[in-house]
Ligand binder design. Structure first.
Ligand SMILES: NC(=O)c1ccc[n+]([C@@H]2O[C@H](COP(=O)([O-])OP(=O)(O)OC[C@H]3O[C@@H](n4cnc5c(N)ncnc54)[C@H](OP(=O)(O)O)[C@@H]3O)[C@@H](O)[C@H]2O)c1
Length: 340
């Protein structure tokens, strides 16, 4: 990579979204950008693998503003993403939250919001910056007028957008807000007992207990690993100042289940009972149940209220993504199916 190339700095470089951005541009020959990835651990296997592929890996921590100043030096483009979840599941953080009289969700919302403020403040100082891509999700609390007030992993990201817009309007003119759609990878991780495909061995049937309302609601589905990079490339070929939903296909959970059954050559049965959010963790259950309620009522992206959201197909640039069915066909479902 030549030093003449504009520099793309990627946060969350070792994660799903940031890793996808780097992999995508590494796969282009030549890459239009010099690539720098930010991590807290330069010796992790993911970081060393990226360095071996030619990414300049650099230390940076969202909690440490001066490390972000260093990491952003000379950037033409910054891709930003924050991670709500590690603190949510960390027993030490749960203790700290309890000691401060906060629920773990509210505590993590503040933590993620402060990390976003640090990133935004540092990005606003970069004189070479042309385009800031801010991965986010809508403020569910605000859009629902307080009805869904426990979807903290949405709310903190939405509050961060509001902070960026009001505290750094000049930066916001150069910003595209990227609403990462619902990950297909959730189907692999068991992140929702809800989404977990179950196999009735006797009848060779996939069984889904999604309920009617949730099962048929439309979600922006995409692969964070396979699709983020191409979506970000399409954002970089259009002017900033937009809010774009990162979607491959708008599908219901029943649609995804049907595609999966087709790929696996199995029949399908939908059980119409109310979906269970039983995850053995009341805070997580509340977070997820309210998130799904918000998505059904207001749309995952708040799009039933916020009419400013742009679909990737309307950006006016070519975008080639594998279909969701093709994605399903590439996965190893044997280890994921829960036999009932
Ligand atoms: N699951 C879904 O359907 C979905 C949909 C939309 C949005 N999201 C959101 O996506 C976010 C997670 O993104 P992801 O899936 O790309 O992440 P991920 O794969 O879980 O990886 C987390 C990344 O963030 C970096 N990171 C975490 N804390 C950091 C800190 N304090 N300083 C510097 N880097 C830090 C990690 O880097 P190192 O460990 O290398 O430092 C790693 O690269 C969450 O906030 C979630 O709410 C999820």
């Amino acid at each position: 990579m030549s030093s003449e190339q504009p520099l793309l700095v990627v946060l969350g470089a070792t994660g799903n979204q940031g890793g996808s951005v780097l992999s995508y541009f590494l796969s282009l020959s030549p890459s239009p950008y010099a690539l720098r990835g930010v991590t807290r651990n330069l010796s992790s296997p993911k970081s060393t693998a990226l360095a071996a592929r030619g990414v300049e890996m650099t230390l940076g921590n969202f909690d440490d503003p001066s490390s972000l100043d260093t990491a952003f030096k000379g950037a033409s483009i910054i891709f930003s993403v924050t991670d709500f979840w590690p603190a949510f599941f960390d027993p030490a953080q749960r203790q700290e939250a309890a000691a401060s009289g906060q629920s773990i969700g509210a505590f993590c919302r503040e933590l993620e919001l402060q990390q976003s403020r640090n990133i935004i403040n540092a990005a606003a100082k970069v004189t070479t910056l042309k385009h800031f891509i801010f991965s986010s999700i809508p403020n569910s609390q605000k859009i629902s007028n307080g009805k869904y007030e426990h979807v903290y992993h949405f709310e903190g990201k939405g509050l961060a957008q509001e902070y960026g817009q009001s505290a750094h309007p000049k930066l916001w003119e150069k910003t595209t807000v990227f609403y990462a759609g619902l990950y297909l990878e959730n189907w692999l991780s068991g992140a929702g007992v809800l989404l977990q495909p179950k196999l009735n061995k006797d009848t060779d049937t996939l069984v889904f207990s999604l309920g009617e309302t949730l099962g048929t609601a439309s979600f922006p589905i995409y692969s964070s690993v396979d699709d983020t990079g191409a979506l970000v490339h399409s954002l970089l070929r259009t002017a900033p100042g937009k809010k774009v939903i990162g979607v491959n296909e708008w599908l219901s959970f029943r649609d995804v289940a049907t595609l999966l059954a087709q790929v696996l050559g199995k029949s399908i049965e939908f059980v119409n009972e109310d979906p269970s959010f039983d995850m053995g963790d009341p805070d997580l259950e509340k977070e997820n149940a309210e998130m799904m309620g918000f998505c059904v009522e207001f749309g995952y992206d708040g799009g039933k209220v916020d009419k400013s959201i742009v679909q990737p197909a309307d950006l006016g640039v070519p975008l080639q993504l594998q279909s969701v069915k093709e994605w399903c066909a590439k996965q190893d479902w044997e280890s994921i199916l829960q036999v009932v």
